[in-house]
Design a protein around this ligand. Structure first.
Ligand code: FAD
Length: 416
């Protein structure tokens, strides 16, 4: 196969850019087609954690009863809009069916492979000239308000340690010295020393710039309308700006993947998991570590250039309105853990959709009946973290090279 293939990537989020990066590296001519602007979807205002140690899937034993109990108490960050949408209902039932120890154990192995693969690729990427994104390799603090929850985390940590992803236990006294921004009434924390963080919008802006210098063509405000096909290959895409031909295609439309695949009659179980964030100037007493606030299932991320609170998970379709109640939950959640939870002024209140699969594993595979269309979506809560691994796997698949890790767990056939 020649190295100068023409490749079209649909979707300009972090997954689309990562695919472009490794495809250009291998010698492809790449064009990205994006319906809005590069980095305007979930990749813009997320919490910025490179959470390599997060090998445990969201669907884990006990999570359903735990969330029902929290919903009844009004303390859950999860909201499911009452609905008759049968796709969402089936998705939720399948999610519940995956909340068992055997799925968690197998999926952790699969997740570990791609998380671990992404680390060294990120190391090389972030060392590249011109990549400016407030990147720090400090670790992430998983902070607990309740002593029982803090102690119970030992079991999870033992599990993570089997993958060399264990955290260091930090009791209250040491914690308050290490992170003086935390309130005195917290119980303790686990420090995930091998995790990193960066500012996602800055990453996307500088990555775009570097890739454009290397020849990436970007078509913004260029919504995909459909595919032109010939038997089992895709030959082109129709967009609101006209049609474009290529040798290979990558679909990286995140939570919108099901909509963009309708024409090909490929029904992927990806649901939009709505999340929120508030970006502010750094507060007077700003955390020095990114803090995952356990009981509130949210994150406070500090950067040199700002500060963000992010979290919540809403299953309410593609309604992109900002719900003030969800935003205020982020503030009250942070107030329970931090001395000075809010910075002034607020720079941005934001919402977008995580591409959620019910087994919490990404989808990286060829479209079943279209061999030159590769799908890369379903990265859920970890799309930023998994971007480099995904991009490299996709570029190898486009060039018919054997991927460096087993991609079978990320295949589409698992949903049949
Ligand atoms: C509140 C919140 C916090 C998060 N925190 C983290 C974190 O700390 N760490 C982490 O690893 N992950 C985090 N995530 C998850 C992460 O943001 C996502 O998994 C990731 O951004 C998905 O990337 P993507 O490129 O697949 O999707 P997106 O960034 O959504 O990109 C998809 C793109 O496709 C475009 N598109 C859609 N339809 C079409 C069409 N018809 N034609 C052309 N273009 C189209 C969209 O406009 C969009 O730009 C968080 C998410 C949220 C919501």
């Amino acid at each position: 196969m020649g190295s100068n293939k023409e490749v079209i990537i649909i979707g300009g989020g972090v997954i689309g850019l990562a695919c472009a990066h490794y495809l250009i590296d291998i010698g492809a001519n790449v064009r990205i087609i994006e319906k809005n602007e590069i980095g305007s979807g979930a990749s813009h205002g997320n919490c910025g954690l490179l959470y390599f140690s997060d090998v445990i899937t969201l669907c884990s034993p006990g999570i359903v009863s735990h969330e029902i109990a929290r919903t009844l108490k009004g303390t859950s960050p999860l909201y499911i809009k009452p609905t008759l949408d049968h796709k969402l209902l089936i998705w939720l039932l399948k999610f519940a069916s995956k909340c068992n120890a055997s799925h968690m154990t197998q999926a952790a192995k699969d997740k570990y492979e791609i998380l671990n693969y992404s680390i060294s690729l990120f190391d090389t990427l972030l060392a590249m000239d011109g990549m400016s994104c407030d990147f720090e390799k400090k670790g992430i603090l998983s902070v607990f308000k309740d002593q029982k929850n803090f102690e119970k985390h030992q079991t999870i940590n033992d599990f993570l340690s089997t993958y060399n992803m264990g955290a260091r236990r930090i009791d209250k006294k040491e914690l308050l010295e290490l992170e003086p921004a935390l309130r005195n009434d917290i119980a303790g924390a686990w420090l995930h020393e091998n995790d990193w963080h960066l500012k996602p919008d800055m990453l996307l802006a500088s990555w775009r710039k570097q890739l454009s210098k290397k020849g990436l063509i970007i078509e913004e405000h260029c919504k995909l309308l459909g595919f032109e096909t010939n038997g089992n290959t895709v030959v082109g895409v129709n967009t609101i700006k006209g049609s474009f031909k290529a040798d290979a295609f990558v679909l990286a439309t995140g939570a919108w993947a099901p909509q963009t695949l309708k024409q090909l009659k490929l029904d992927l179980p990806v649901q939009p998991g709505k999340g929120y964030s508030i970006t502010m100037e750094r507060p007077g007493i700003c955390p020095t570590y990114p803090c995952s606030l356990y009981e509130k299932s949210m994150v406070a991320t500090p950067w040199k250039s700002g500060y963000r609170l992010g979290g919540t998970m809403e299953f309410s379709g593609y309604d992109d309105k900002l719900n003030p109640k969800r935003l205020s939950k982020l503030i009250s959640g942070a107030t329970a853990f931090l001395k000075d939870p809010v910075g002034h002024p607020v720079i941005e209140e934001w919402t977008s959709f995580r591409p959620m699969t019910y087994d919490d594993l990404p989808i990286i595979d060829r479209a079943p009946s279209k061999e030159n269309l590769i799908i890369a979506t379903g990265h859920g809560m970890l799309g930023l973290t998994l971007a480099t691994g995904t991009g490299k796997l996709v570029s190898d698949m486009v060039y018919g090279k054997t991927p460096e890790i087993d991609i079978a767990p990320f295949g589409i056939s698992r949903f049949r």
